[in-house]
Design a protein around this ligand. Sequence first.
Ligand SMILES: Cc1cc2nc3c(=O)[nH]c(=O)nc-3n(C[C@H](O)[C@H](O)[C@H](O)COP(=O)(O)OP(=O)(O)OC[C@H]3O[C@@H](n4cnc5c(N)ncnc54)[C@H](O)[C@@H]3O)c2cc1C
Length: 356
Amino acid sequence: MLDYIVVGLGLSGIAISRNLERRNRQFVVFEDSSQKSSLVAGGLFNPVILKRFTLAWNANEHMKVAIPFYKELEAKLQTKIVYPIDIYRKFFSAEEQNNWFEAADKPLLSEYLDTDLVKEINACIPSEFSFGRVRQTGVIDTDVLISEYRNYLKNEDKIKFERFDYNELQNSEDWVSYKGISARKIIFCEGFGMQHNPFFNYLPLRGNKGEYLTIYSEELQLEEAVKSSVFIIPLGNNLYKVGATYNNQDKDPQPSEEAREELENKLAKLINCKFEIVDQSAGIRPASKDRKPMLGRHPEYKNLYCCNGFGSRGVLISPSVSEQLIELAENDVQLASEIDLQRFSKLTRSKHPKHS
Ligand SMILES: Cc1cc2nc3c(=O)[nH]c(=O)nc-3n(C[C@H](O)[C@H](O)[C@H](O)COP(=O)(O)OP(=O)(O)OC[C@H]3O[C@@H](n4cnc5c(N)ncnc54)[C@H](O)[C@@H]3O)c2cc1C
């Protein structure tokens, strides 16, 4: 019998799988490529909310776990995935500059916000009120991470590229069984795909569609990430990601004309050099009602676990909270109530398939 079945191999499933491997647990992953959020993500790890200059939720703790986690994966997969890169926030007024200085005075933010403002970072990106630099930030190449980790699991015979069919899951007191595979426990990491999971779709999952453009510009010659009305993230070879959009209404996984126009217009106002749009991608961020992750054990079926709700910060959050979920599954260590899915247990649960 296996220890675990894992459903989904985005950032959540990777963090769960890698943390299970570190504990020598035996598992198999199911992945059907139905969701693209992790694949198309900008991959930024950034502890600061750049709209208000505040620290993101538990950002210091997440940074301490996330960066070593990805560096260790980089070494294991022998592929570069971690790119340290500064983020420059463009200011729009003297008031914003003052807010930046005030924020940089606060103990938890001072290590991230540089108080030496920069007048010019790039000839193509003018700014009347200069830029502020955020330190210790960077990008995880999620595309490479996912494809390399999938290949690694494939070579280890630990992944099945097929849809997990919830109707085929059998669940008893001490084990679960699925199409002839038995395991002690199952962890669902399906991102927005959780809406189809009859065991956990009572949770208040909110899909938030995000889109990016990839542009080509020989003139731009930018090596840092820039945050203004959009992010510009350098990819190398004169290619840049530009985005992202946030849309709570549109759940169509395909890129839209509306987002393309929005991003193109914002970029044209931000940079004064020529660019060409070469690609566009879209994904649905799995967000929760209160913007905190939703993890934990099913309130009735003790072998069923969920690791979801990472919203727009999966890169930073997933390594540490997935480890907390495994501590719950392995050693019954309770989760912090703010991330425990039990906070939603009063909601009505839908009917589920076979169980005994
Ligand atoms: C445009 C955009 C930009 C973003 N930029 C950033 C960023 O810069 N930094 C950051 O931290 N976050 C960013 N995010 C958010 C980040 O991508 C998410 O927080 C994260 O990807 C969520 O990971 P996940 O594994 O929970 O979900 P997903 O990435 O959706 O992964 C779920 C996986 O489960 C699989 N699956 C689902 N159902 C089934 C089933 N029944 N059977 C088998 N497999 C199944 C899916 O195919 C998928 O691979 C961005 C998101 C978008 C859309």
